[in-house]
Design a binder for this molecule. Structure first.
Ligand code: SME
Length: 159
């Protein structure tokens, strides 16, 4: 079992280093990869305006195999979570219409959006090669972790 309370505390401590967002997200990714068993990919996609004025996600700090660099809001699991602002837990990616297969090892996935001032600014994406890998405890725990990041962003500790 993952100790999500500890994980949240570790992320809070990392934020105190005041090393900037990329450093915090990179080290958070490393903590997630270490703390959760049976993962093959973990990381962040960051929201930005695309050249046509729509919103898209661009890959940020991650651990795992080569990832899709750009995902339009609404597409795949990440894009859907970004567009709706809600966490999505996918027990079997093959049963998720529009799933974007970056790593063929991925079978289960959870995507947790992160908000700032009412907008989705990033998503945490975690993939597993194990069917049905993510429980409601994982969902609650990862949402808690993302809420720590949201707190940090709200307090504008980092530049
Ligand atoms: N599977 C994701 C794409 C990102 S990779 O898993 C890293 C999706 O459908 O949005």
């Amino acid at each position: 079992m993952t100790d999500y309370a500890l994980l949240a505390e570790q992320v809070r401590s990392l934020a105190e280093e005041d090393a900037g967002w990329i450093a915090l997200l990179a080290n958070t990714t490393a903590l997630v990869m270490d703390a959760l068993p049976d993962l093959n990919w973990a990381g962040f996609y960051l929201a930005r305006d695309a050249t046509d004025g729509s919103s898209e996600l661009v890959v940020g700090p991650f651990q795992g195999r080569l990832a899709c660099a750009r995902i339009p809001f609404g597409r795949g699991v990440c894009g859907r979570a970004a567009a709706t602002g809600e966490t999505i837990v996918v027990p079997d990616v093959h049963a998720f219409p529009g799933h974007i297969a970056c790593d063929s090892m991925s079978v289960a996935e959870i995507v947790v959006p992160s908000h700032l001032d009412g907008h989705v600014v990033a998503v945490l994406d975690v993939d597993s090669p194990v069917l049905g890998r993510f429980s409601s405890a994982d969902r609650d725990g990862l949402e808690r972790l993302v809420s720590v990041l949201e707190d940090v962003a709200q307090r504008s500790v980092l530049g």
